[in-house]
Design a protein around this ligand. Sequence first.
Ligand code: PXP
Length: 239
Amino acid sequence: MAGLAVNVDHIATLRQARGTDYPDPVAAAVLAELAGADGIVAHLRGDRRHIQDRDVKLLRQIVKTRLILEMAATKEMLHIASEVLPDLVTLVPETREEITTEGGLDIIAHERTVKSAITELHAAGIAVSLFIDADTSQVKKAAHIGADMIEIHTGAFCDAKGGEEKDRAFAEIIEAAKTAAGLNLKVNAGHGLNYDSIKKFKGLKEIDEFSIGHSIVSRAALVGMERAVREMAELIRGL
Ligand code: PXP
């Protein structure tokens, strides 16, 4: 049965929009866990546009399931991770102009940097996942450089308007997931998933956990965090 990791970045986005001290992503994490989340995800960006250093420190103290820290493989973030000690670090690419993480990390092009980040995080006792596109050559490279896990970028599938493009994007996810499982990598998936697109994953047993933020926080604004998380967790458990 797959799990659900809830990303609380966009609770922080609402807070930062007004420079207030609410809503608090830490409170959202507590509610998400009470509603059945298997993990809490926060992305500490170099530009601090949503999650702040204070959030990560407090999340480390209150998260009872697993804290997953998304971050770029920079010196600054590696230092923070070694102090906070999340249960898992997911390495993601980051550019200042993007609205959200746009593509997977190209670990073939950035092999040296990523490998050295994995070594440093492992030395601190932190497991490492690599957020990559659904591309078997990236999956094989992830295994080769010692990642514990991959997270398959589902954005191309979620953004495809339909028809052949969507089918092709989903076929690539299946191939990447099966390749990773064959290489003993754990497989997570995420980006752009919502209460409808998640249903497509029925029967794809290679995926261990889905990482979902925007659609849950959007729904939470209307129906409340607990109900929004519970509904998504039930959909995932039924896959
Ligand atoms: N996984 C990764 C690596 C991400 O960067 C994000 C977005 O922060 C997500 C999952 C969640 O994406 P969404 O907010 O679209 O559900």
